[in-house]
Structure formats: C-alpha cells, structure tokens
Design a protein around this ligand. Structure first.
Ligand code: UDX
Length: 458
C-alpha cells in the first residue's frame, strides 16, 4: 500500500510516542514510524504493555499499530524513507561544564542532526518537538546544511504543550498548535505542509504560526507562566497560615476575575514534573546569556519559591511534631509528581522523603502507580524507607501522614480506621488540600493543610 506521506519521529518518549500515535490514528493516509535507539523501549511500544501510561493511549495505538503506525530501531532506514522528521529526543538539564544545572544538554539533539545529515538522500522537513533553547533550529539548520550535498533541509519549531495524564485529550483537542518557521518562501512552504497534517483533525484557527524563535521561546514562557501561578499562590499560602486566612478562599476570589482565571491556582507542597523547573532554568540561563540579570532573577524566583515551599513543609512537620522526627514513622501518601501518573521526576515527594530521612525519621511510602520509580529515586539514600502498596497497612503504626500526591483514592479512605492504627498523637499534613480537614480533626487527628491555620487538639 502506498501512503501520501512518510513521517518519522526520532525518540519514542512521553512526547514522541503519543504524538505520533495520534497523527497515525487521525491520518490513515500517512505512514508514521517512531524510532528509538533503545530496543527495550521499542519492544514495549510493540507489546501489550506500553512503556507509558496515559488514559486512552492504548486504544489509539492498538487501532493504528501495524496499519500505518510502526515502532522500530532502524533509525537509518527511517531517515532515508521519510520526507518529514520529527525530533523528540531528550534535552535534560546539563550536569557538566558551562551552564551546568541550568542550560539544556544538547548532545542527543546534536547527534541526531548529524545522523539525519548522514543518512538523508532527499530533501526533508525537520520538526523540533523537544523543548529547546531559543535559536536551536538555526544551529540545527547549520549542521544539516554543512554537508553541502545538494539536499535541502527546512527546520520548523512545533513545541508540544501536552500535560501528563491528559496527553491524549490534549493532542486530540489542543488549545492551540504552534508552528514556527523561517519567513522565506521555502520556509513558509514547509510550514504549510505541517499545517496540513494537523488540519486533518484540528480546526484551522487553532493552528497558529509564528517566526521560529517566537515559537521556541513560547514553549519556555508558557511553562514559566504556569509554574509562576503555582509559586504565586504558594507564596501566599505561607502568609495565609500566619494571618488566619484560607488560601482556597483567596484563590477563588482572585481567580474569579476573568483576567486572572481560576485554573492552576491550587496551593500545594510544590510543583514537580519533568518540565517546569528545567524550562524555567533554561529561560533563566538564556536571560543571563543576554546579560538580562533582572529578568533572569525574576524568573529564578519562581523556582526559589518552589524550593522554599518544600522546605517549609518539612520544617512545619518538624516544628509541630515537637521538634524531633527521629525514629518516628511517617507515611507519605503518594510519590508521583501529580495524580494519574507513575512519573516521579522532580516530585516534591523526593525532596520531602530525603529531608525526613535526614531528620532520622522512618519513612513509609505508598502510591498506586509510582512505587517502582520511588525505589529508584531513593536507592542511594541511607535510612529506613519502606514501600507498601496498601495505604492502611502503610500508615499503621505511623505518627504522621503527609499527602504528597492528589490521588483521588486518598480522599475516600476510612480515616477512623487509619486513626485507630496510628501512634498518638496522630498528625496529617495535607500537601495537596484534598482531605476533609474538619472531619479528620473530629476523628482526633492534628491536621495541617497548606495555606490554612492548623487544627490541633493541644
Ligand atoms: C506541564 C505543562 O502543563 C504542559 O503544558 C507542558 O507541556 C509540560 O509541563 P506536566 O508536567 O505534565 O505539564 O504537569 P502539570 O499538570 O502542568 O503539573 C505540574 C506540577 O504542578 C505538578 O506537580 C502539579 O501537581 C503541580 N500543580 C499544578 C500545583 O501544585 N498546583 C496547581 O494548581 C496545578
């Protein structure tokens, strides 16, 4: 069977896999191949046990796989046979040299550009899907065209805004799709090819175009703004706890101003996830690079408040539990960075667990999906940590419960039963404000929400 277009994606991760599955699902006329150098990951994509969990993903993969969606390790062949190549390799924060701890590590990206150059035998459109520092497209175009072999490459920026847990919904019905290109006639032509692909299922007015640098920058700024909202409300949560105000009431009153909007104003123990911190630090690094110190400091403040919030959470536990946590069993309800995912990258629970161990507490961790990752995250921490799937069993004998993740199941537990099984006095620290605090207080717990005065029996 012949296809209208051959599309390749290099990188079968959280972004590449679901995005390509959606394109293949919506556009049976295109052949879509996803390649990765990791054979284990590809084998998982070809199995019944996909490497990532996202509601709705399995159905669309099963419909398209083998029809017009293929997962393979044949990078060379994939490059040769496709006209459009999405690049979705990881760009972690650099851990060495200049910009360590801030700048993006572009080695996989650079290597991919060289691979594309080496194996290409015809003109290609290259689509940046990974989140990258501004002007990476230009660098890529330079690497690609340096072979001087007559092959033309057009690099587009098409950042992905999907959030984990809602990836399929976000891909199927996005707020917007952004495509950045150079403004030359050839650049615009390449851009229109990508517009046409998305137009198969997304309304044209939601597909916006811009120059390539605006597009690259928009991704960093979108994440910085979202994280900023959380740090803003978290900073106010500290004040509410002192001033007898309730942060949820404040957030509601502020969010009802339609200019502000009511989403992403839930105070918490802190934001996590693979993107927010990394992208803000990337933005900060970019500002420093251009000598914009005040701008860099401003955005760095978003990360500083997040660190402050996590530390504040632990210090509050220490303070109200009579200034010592040594030998006390403390149960963490949830370890994932948010509900409905097993992902623990940058989860505030990692920080809290480490700090509790420093205080010589005995930590018990429970989570419906993230226990395996939790074990990996904490494998080098010397201290008493145990992992228990059942929350009743996990909390039995503990002096405190700290809610780290807003899993729905934690709101529906039998807290009378839990209270009976715990050491007294029993404490609950609700890092996500998902529990019924008054009811817990009536049962006998000392309750400490985020951004509201604590309820104590002494
Ligand atoms: C984010 C962006 O939302 C997405 O557009 C981008 O493409 C990638 O980064 P994600 O990391 O999947 O997505 O998670 P998100 O739902 O944004 O949550 C990030 C963190 O903020 C989580 O730890 C979450 O629990 C926390 N959060 C979110 C709050 O603490 N309060 C809120 O009001 C909202």
């Amino acid at each position: 069977m012949s296809f209208e277009k051959n599309i390749l994606c290099i990188g079968a991760g959280y972004v590449g896999g679901p995005t390509m599955a959606m394109i293949a699902y919506k556009c049976p006329q295109y052949r879509v191949t996803v390649v990765d150098i990791d054979p284990e990951r590809i084998a998982q994509w070809n199995s019944d046990d996909l490497p990532i969990y996202e509601p709705g993903l399995e159905e669309i993969v099963k419909t398209a796989r083998g029809r017009n969606l293929f997962f393979s390790t044949e990078v060379e062949e994939g490059i040769r046979e496709s006209e459009i190549i999405f690049v979705s390799v990881n760009t972690p924060t650099k851990t060495f040299g200049a910009g360590a701890g801030m700048a993006a590590d572009l080695q996989y990206w650079d290597k991919t550009a060289r691979q594309i150059r080496k194996y290409s035998e015809s003109n290609k459109i290259i689509v940046e899907k990974s989140t990258l520092p501004v002007k990476t497209a230009q660098a890529m175009e330079r690497i690609l065209t340096s072979a001087d072999n007559g092959i033309r490459f057009h690099v587009l920026s098409n950042p992905e805004f999907l959030a984990q847990g809602t990836a399929i919904k976000d891909l199927e019905d996005p707020d917007r799709v952004l495509i950045g290109s150079t403004q030359t006639p050839e650049g615009l032509k390449a851009r229109d090819v990508l517009v046409e692909i998305y137009s198969n299922w997304i309304r044209r007015e939601r597909i916006i175009t811009s120059n390539i640098w605006s597009s690259e920058l928009s991704k960093l700024v979108a994440n910085a703004f979202l994280a900023q909202r959380i740090s803003s409300i978290n900073s106010i949560s500290a004040l509410c706890e002192k001033a007898d105000a309730d942060v949820e009431e404040v957030a509601r009153a502020v969010g009802m101003d339609s200019r502000v909007g009511n989403r992403f104003l839930n105070a918490s123990v802190g934001f996590g996830g693979s993107c927010f911190k990394k992208d803000i630090l990337n933005l900060v690094y970019l500002c420093q690079y251009y000598d914009l110190k005040e701008v860099a400091d401003y955005w760095e403040g978003v990360v500083r408040i997040n660190d402050y919030q996590k530390e504040r959470f632990v210090l509050n536990m220490l303070n109200v539990m009579f200034n010592t946590l040594a030998n006390k069993r403390i149960c963490l309800f949830g370890f994932a960075f948010k509900a409905d995912t097993g992902d623990t990258r940058e989860s505030p629970a990692i920080f809290v667990a480490e700090r509790l161990i420093e205080e010589k507490a005995r930590v018990v961790i429970t989570d419906p999906k993230a226990l395996k990752n939790a074990m990996k995250d904490l494998e080098n921490i010397a201290g008493e940590i145990s992992y228990v799937e059942d929350p009743y069993e996990a909390s039995a004998g503990c002096s405190a419960i700290a809610v780290m993740t807003e899993w729905g199941i934690y709101a529906d537990l039998d807290y009378k039963k839990i209270y009976r099984s715990m050491a007294k006095p029993a404490f609950i620290f609700d890092g996500r404000n998902i529990l019924d605090h008054d009811k817990l207080f009536e049962i006998g717990f000392n309750v400490f929400p985020i951004g509201k005065p604590g309820l104590t029996h002494f």
